[in-house]
Design a binder for this molecule. Structure first.
Ligand SMILES: Nc1ncnc2c1ncn2[C@@H]1O[C@H](COP(=O)(O)OP(=O)(O)O)[C@@H](O)[C@H]1O
Ligand SMILES: [Mg+2]
Length: 319
């Protein structure tokens, strides 16, 4: 099969860390060809999606990424397209999902472009409020102060952040609360999320990877001593872990509805058995999961994509 990865520059992939790298590696091991392009290299010829893309091959020794020549390839030449662009979700990302809506007729696209467009990684969790810590979303500084005064300890986060960027802790009485609130709300003009602080973050959060609505695997990320943010990007260290009964219940409750939306590969962030965030754009953690559990989760994702692509191909032949 031929798989296209729409993502950041291919050479920016870290061989030991990147989930996209692991997908390409697993695809290669299963005999498939991978191609790379940037979001801006996806366009239309009439209603047909076309790309300027290059053959890409990955390996564990240098050079880790071998790129061919960028040439025009219609989307219909690919059995599947992986959208793996890192946040932020900006105007270019929005346009990418709108263009790839038209590729849906021709090839399997993961995650579903409409679902990516609809979902905000922070707000999507609010659809499953029963599993979340107490949370408000507001642009009004007075709302933030009232919330912090009531709960004592809170976190505030931008709605479009990732990798721990812009996530701050607000403590009642702290003289930084007003300044940070002004910063994150653009002085009352932008929405931000404010949430009860979960002290259990000291022992880490859990990154739960779901595939097709079911558990693919879970890792724990423990913040550095000097930070409360557990993201690997800001120095969180990973450990093996598993799900508690309550966390299994959470996965069973929300997995099927994520699948229904076309969010087949997602990463949930949990703290103290509560849902914090649903990562859908380019969830990561698969390499850490593979190392800690001596399993091959990337292969499972590729096998899932193979099945979806094949099902489509069969349907295409019937038509
Ligand atoms: N309610 C919370 N209580 C304690 N720590 C939190 C809370 N929400 C987020 N954090 C910390 O901040 C990190 C980043 O938050 P998250 O909502 O996952 O945003 P993102 O990963 O997109 O930056 C989490 O991994 C966790 O360490
Ligand atoms: Mg997160």
């Amino acid at each position: 099969m031929r798989f296209l990865f729409v993502m950041d520059p291919a050479h920016s992939m870290l061989p030991d860390k990147d989930t996209s790298f692991a997908f390409m590696e697993a695809a290669k091991e299963r005999g498939h060809q991978c191609y790379h392009c940037l979001p801006a290299q996806v366009g239309l010829r009439g209603k047909h999606v076309t790309t300027v893309s290059a053959h890409v091959e990955v390996q564990r020794m240098a050079p880790a990424v071998k790129l061919g020549v960028y040439e025009e390839h219609p989307a219909a030449d690919f059995d599947a397209i992986f959208i793996r662009k890192d946040p932020p979700f900006d105007a270019a990302y929005l346009a990418l999902t709108q263009v790839l809506d038209l590729a849906e007729a021709e090839t399997f696209v993961l995650n579903h472009p409409r679902a990516l467009r609809d979902a905000n990684e922070k707000l999507l969790a609010l659809h499953y409020l029963d599993f979340m810590p107490e949370t408000i979303v507001t642009s009004q500084p007075s709302d933030v102060f009232t919330f912090v005064d009531r709960v004592g300890e809170a976190v505030m986060k931008p709605l479009d952040g990732a990798g721990g960027s812009g996530v701050v802790r607000l403590s009642k009485g702290d003289k930084n609360v007003r300044a940070l609130t002004d910063l994150l709300t653009g002085e009352g003009k932008r929405l931000a999320m404010v949430q009860r602080f979960e002290p259990a973050i000291k022992e880490g959060d859990k990154r739960v990877l779901l595939l097709d609505g079911e558990l693919l695997g879970v890792i724990r990320r423990v913040p550095q001593e000097e930070d409360f943010r557990a993201n690997i990007h800001v120095g969180g260290r990973v450990e093996a872990t598993d799900l508690t009964p309550r966390e299994k219940e959470l996965v069973q409750a929300i997995g099927p509805s994520l699948r229904e939306r076309g969010l087949w590969f997602v990463g949930l962030d949990l703290i103290a058995e509560k849902l914090i965030e649903i990562n859908v754009t380019s969830p990561t953690g698969i390499q850490e999961l593979a190392r800690l559990t001596a399993s091959r989760p990337a292969h499972k994702v590729i096998e899932f994509v193979e099945r979806q692509a094949k099902r489509r191909g069969d349907r295409g032949q019937d038509a």
